[in-house]
Structure formats: C-alpha cells, structure tokens
Design a protein around this ligand. Structure first.
Ligand code: GAR
Length: 204
C-alpha cells in the first residue's frame, strides 16, 4: 500500500537557517510535495532559524542543553513524538546525536554536510572549519553531500552530492557561500523529497 499522506518533517537547526529557508521555499514552489515541515527545533534559543520558522507559520521550539541538561536528547525525542514526526532533517544542526538516537530513527534522519564526503567530514568538521580544511589542502573542487545519519558522524549512506568549483583567492566564507547557494540549497530539498517518496512507498 502506498500512502499519499504528507510525511511530517522536523528540521533541526542551530544557526542562521538558510538551508531551512531553502526547504520552506521549496515547499512553496512545489519542489517538496511529499512532505511538510511541521516542526523546527533548535538547540540554540536565539537561532535566527527559529524566526524564519515563525515567519513561515511553522511551529518553532528551542531545546537547549543548558535547560535540558542530561535529558537533552530525551527532550528532543519527546518533542518529535508529540508532533508525530516521521522524518528529521538536520540543516546546520551542530550536535552529534548518540547511537541510541540514530538507531531509534534508522533511515529517518538526513543531514546536509558542506563538502564532498568522505573528504573533510566527521567529528570536528562543521561549518567554516570544513571550508578552511578544504582550502588548506588545496582542493580544486568541493561541494555538498546529503546523507542518512547513523552513529558515525557523517558516516551514513550518501543520498545526493553536488560539486562546486573552488576559486583562486577563496576564503572559507566565500567558499561557504558558493557551496550553500550552488549545492546545499539545491540538493537538500531534492533529497528531502526523494526520501519522503521512499517513505511513502515504504521502500525504507
Ligand atoms: C551549512 O553549511 C551546513 O552544511 C553546515 O552548517 C551550515 C548551516 O548553515 N552543517 C555542518 O557543518 C554540519 N556538519 P545554515 O544555518 O544557513 O543552513
């Protein structure tokens, strides 16, 4: 049996939320049709991504380590369950999730990473650090990857990748901007739609 109900998506964020914005815009433009963002959850109470969610009329919740302490992940799980979430999209969520968490949501968590995995990924590689490492290595091509999340940081199965040219004189900031615009904002919505389709078709 194939379900036609939209997959209920939670987007987990920590910062500015430009990838979240790309997902919201993709819902409006019809790139995402099989799922609907029904929750945005941030581990930072002041993340601008929460404002983006509110502006789009999406429920926005902060769950911080400072308030939740040892129950941080438990509190996230409770919030996801209360909202009947079926797919979790990590879009600039700067926390590593435990094996218990990733096992519970096997094939139900995807993440966007700002490099071509397996380069410049794993623990310690996040945000501008990824681009700094790529420039130090002197790569001529970088890009972005969307992958399933398992217990190994950035180690789950790859769903989609897009390459982006590194330019002479690039700084971590300029490379980050080019990768966001040309790769992340494009493949994250496409991969989200793909995974929602797989869930609806009960392929995963
Ligand atoms: C994005 O470049 C995303 O790939 C990266 O953080 C940025 C968040 O930007 N995520 C990681 O490095 C995770 N390892 P955004 O808040 O504007 O979407």
């Amino acid at each position: 049996m194939v379900s036609t109900e939209k997959v209920r998506i939670a987007v987990l964020v920590s910062g500015g939320g430009t990838n979240l914005q790309a997902l919201i815009d993709s819902q409006h433009s019809g790139i995402i049709t099989k799922g609907e963002i029904t929750l945005v959850l941030s581990n930072k109470a002041d993340a601008y991504a929460l404002t983006r969610a509110e502006n789009a009329g999406i429920k926005a919740v902060a769950v911080t380590r400072a308030e939740a302490g040892e129950n941080f992940e438990q509190k996230i799980v409770e919030t996801l369950e209360e909202n009947n979430i079926e797919l979790i999209v990590l879009a600039g969520f700067m926390c590593i999730l435990s094996k218990d968490f990733t096992d519970k949501y096997k094939n139900r968590i995807i993440n966007v990473h700002p490099s071509l995995i397996p380069s410049f990924c794993g623990e310690g590689f996040y945000g501008l650090r990824v681009h700094k490492a790529a420039l130090e290595k002197g790569v001529k091509v970088s890009g972005a990857t969307v992958h399933f999340v398992n217990e190994i940081p950035d180690g789950g199965e790859i769903i989609m990748q897009k390459a982006v040219e590194v330019c002479e004189g690039d700084t971590p900031e300029t490379l980050s901007s080019r990768i966001l615009e040309n790769a992340e904002w494009k493949i994250l919505p496409l991969a989200t739609e793909k995974v929602c389709t797989m869930i609806q078709n009960k392929e995963i």
